[in-house]
Design a protein around this ligand. Structure first.
Ligand code: ADP
Ligand code: MG
Length: 713
């Protein structure tokens, strides 16, 4: 009698570990696998005579085993000797199994692949690949591809998966003639060649990606990226936002009148650029309406305001908010940390409350009754301005009439948070009261102190208008940066004492790395104690992310009001904190920070007229990129130059904070090297979209799939 299980319907098959690992790498569709290109190749198409292989060469050799034995000195290992007509080579294995000894037994013919070098036993290969062969066994016909992979995904499994997907994937040409630059092969041919290059093909050209097959792939990728940006722009053009026009003698003018300073020329220019976006009637409304001045809708603004640390972006945000509020709409201002949100809140209260504007304050730590009250003020529209962390976009927050959203330090929000913000904005936008009228989108203004290099702005952010504050408020002295090894600590502490004696304030920054948070915290606490001991009679405070929000705020307030001389802090102070009397910053373990992070931190000093110094203490030995970063910091204070070098040191994927391979937006093209291809893609994309919209859609779908969403963030 059959067991009941035998008749039960087959359970859905569990995905194997390598399958799951493939999905994690974004390799779901056949086309994804076909577009997963080799990092490099192994040459199994020929045999190199042992004597002709030089040290450091990765080669395949073939010969007959002379002997094979286990040595116990200098440690237990399998040592075998292989000979061909030209010479001899030692093969060495620190881990080995009975199978090794069988295949490599004296008298066996084997084919071995590995790197030749000089070792304990003379010329040798350590842990080479090997297989037993018959005399005259055929060689591989094409170079063997080596793919980027992960620990859970064996190279051989991936190789097979790619090879079979490559035959199934629809690789027909989607692009109409005249789109692809002349001289580049069809897509199918390019892919076949890159996955399985024929022997004798110029390996160097393949590996440095200058080969026409590579050029074809890079062009395709850049074109897809440009197209998706143009599509996003068109989509936005179809939407409507409230048209916000600043009134003569209105809130903006009244705010300008109470500010304790004059705007710089650059600030005036960007305020004007933003005002024009907010006030520009939608194109088809302008055409329809008898008088464009009466139009009530605008195209939603999508603008990035970039300006180096200290260039004065906050006041620009306040002025933009004033335009919206004056027209009867609400503005939300989001900052990445509570400290920063609170600082904005204080400043904006000081500027705007006297003008009669209600301001609400929302952060994660504000709970219970206080939060309820705030939510009510937001929902009723009584709060014209809502300031906070990402708590501002939580589900229970409902705006009465959200007209403008401002995101400060937008690059500090993760890709997922930026997407959530967009969705929330879309859902929570304002006035649907007029019957038959479409729901309006709010305008979006993003701010960043990490300037985007021009090439990146052109590609990643083709759907973004960019305003730049390229001038610092008057009277600033550039920060002097000094780099010291950690053993100069005593001297640095002496400098702190001198600075404090002059009535100045000092930051001491300790790194906080997630994996070793506890250790780092101990380190920060110890540093705090040591500085307190070294500076008797001075207030030395400690600030770190684990402290309750109220305590953090209290410490921050003491420092910003000048009652605390030295603030030892983890990177919670990194963004936006503004204490003009602070003139010295010491960054401990500077080698552990990224370049843009160091630049942000340094931006906390040099905000007043006093000459300021930033000391970077490092613990050697430095890695080459660590050295590059510290050198860049010492050589320049220009945020644009820093961003350029950061891009150079890290590459664009990481620059955008998308570290996982699946999120990296450009996999193949390099914005510096491939500028000519980028120019061609920029030229072709608008034409393609106009003349062949279906082909354009299909091309984007083929290339981007799930990535398309990320491109909007
Ligand atoms: P960031 O661009 O880094 O966000 P902030 O907006 O915090 O810079 O401004 C830095 C400091 O400069 C603040 O103290 C701010 O009040 C001040 N500030 C801004 N604009 C001007 C100006 N035009 N003249 C003088 N000080 C200014
Ligand atoms: Mg700021």
């Amino acid at each position: 009698m059959p067991s009941p299980a035998a008749n039960a319907p087959a359970a859905p098959r569990e995905k194997s570990a390598p399958q799951k690992a493939m999905e994690k790498l974004g390799l779901r569709r056949d086309i994804d696998l076909a577009l997963h290109l080799p990092l490099r190749y192994e040459d199994e198409t020929r045999i190199t005579p042992i004597a002709a292989a030089r040290d450091g060469d990765a080669v395949q050799v073939e010969g007959v085993m002379r002997d094979c034995r286990i040595e116990l000195r200098p440690r237990r290992q399998l040592v075998a000797r292989l000979a061909d007509d030209s010479g001899e080579l030692t093969l060495r294995f620190l881990n080995f199994y009975p199978n090794h000894q069988k295949t490599l037994a004296a008298g066996q013919r084997v084919r071995v692949r590995g790197e030749v070098r000089h070792g304990f036993f003379g010329r040798e290969m350590v842990h080479p690949h090997f297989k037993g062969v018959e005399p005259g066994a055929p060689l591989a016909q094409a170079l063997t591809p080596v793919y980027p992979t992960s620990a859970q995904l064996p190279q051989a499994y991936l190789r097979k998966a790619v090879a079979s997907a490559l035959h199934r994937a629809p690789l027909d040409e989607l692009l109409p003639p005249g789109t692809v630059p002349t001289g580049l092969p069809p897509l199918r041919e390019a892919l076949m060649r890159l996955h399985h290059p024929a022997p004798g093909l110029a390996l160097a050209a393949l590996e440095d990606r200058s080969h026409p097959a590579w050029q074809r792939l890079k062009f395709e990728e850049l074109l897809a990226q440009q197209l998706s940006q143009l599509m996003a722009r068109a989509q936005r053009g179809a939407q409507a936002a409230p048209r916000l026009v600043a009134q003569q003698g209105g809130l903006v003018d009244r705010l300008l009148a109470v500010l304790p300073f004059q705007l710089t020329g650059a600030q005036r220019r960007v305020v004007e650029e933003i005002a024009q976006d907010l006030a520009r009637p939608r194109e088809h409304d302008a055409a329809d309406a008898a008088d464009a001045a009466d139009a009530t809708h605008a195209t939603p603004m999508n603008r990035l305001l970039q300006g180096d640390v200290g260039s004065g972006k906050t006041v620009v945000a306040a002025l933009a908010a004033a335009v919206a509020i004056d027209c009867g709409w609400q503005c939300a201002l989001m900052a990445p940390t509570e400290i920063l949100a609170e600082q904005h809140f204080r400043k904006l209260v000081q500027w705007l409350e006297p003008l009669g504007i209600g301001i609400a304050w929302l952060t994660g730590s504000r709970k219970g009754k206080g939060r309820k009250e705030m939510l009510a003020r937001v929902a009723s529209g009584e709060a014209g301005l809502v300031v906070g962390t990402h708590a501002v976009i939580q589900d229970d927050v409902h705006f009465a009439r959200l007209g403008l959203a401002i995101v400060d330090e937008q690059h500090r929000f993760g890709v997922a948070q930026r997407l959530a913000l967009r969705e929330k904005l879309h859902a929570s936008s304002g006035d649907a009261s007029a019957p038959g009228s479409a729901v309006l989108e709010p305008h979006l203004l993003m701010m960043s102190a990490t300037p985007i290099p021009r090439t990146l702005a052109m590609t990643y952010y083709a759907d973004l208008d960019v305003s730049t504050i390229d001038e610092l408020p008057p009277g600033r002295t550039p920060v002097l940066t000094k780099v010291f090894a950690d053993d100069k600590r005593e001297m640095v502490v002496a400098n702190i004492a001198a600075e404090v004696a002059k009535g100045r304030q000092v930051y001491w920054v300790c790194p906080l790395i997630e994996e070793s948070e506890k250790l780092d915290l101990e380190n920060a606490t110890a540093t705090h104690q040591r500085l307190a001991d070294a500076l008797p009679g001075q207030a030395v405070g400690l600030l770190h992310g684990r402290m309750p929000a109220a305590e953090k705020a209290a410490v921050m307030a003491e420092f910003s009001e000048g009652r605390m001389a030295v603030l030892v802090a983890t990177t919670v102070i990194e963004v936006g904190v503004d204490v003009p009397n602070a003139s010295l910053m010491v960054i401990e373990h500077a080698e552990r920070f990224g370049l843009s992070q160091l630049h942000q931190l340094r931006g906390r000093v040099g905000r007043g007229a006093v000459a300021s110094v930033c000391v970077l203490l490092y613990q050697g030995p430095l890695s080459p990129t660590g050295k590059d970063r510290l050198r860049a910091m010492a050589e320049t204070t220009d945020g644009f130059e820093i961003a350029r070098r950061d891009l150079e040191i890290r590459g664009p994927g990481e620059f955008m904070g998308a570290r996982q391979s699946g999120d990296a937006l450009l996999r193949f093209a390099d914005l510096n090297e491939d500028a000519p291809l980028l120019a061609l893609a920029r030229e072709q994309a608008p034409r393609l979209l106009r003349q062949h919209p279906t082909a354009a859609q299909a091309h984007v779908a083929r290339w981007l799939d799930s990535r398309a969403e990320f491109l909007k963030a």
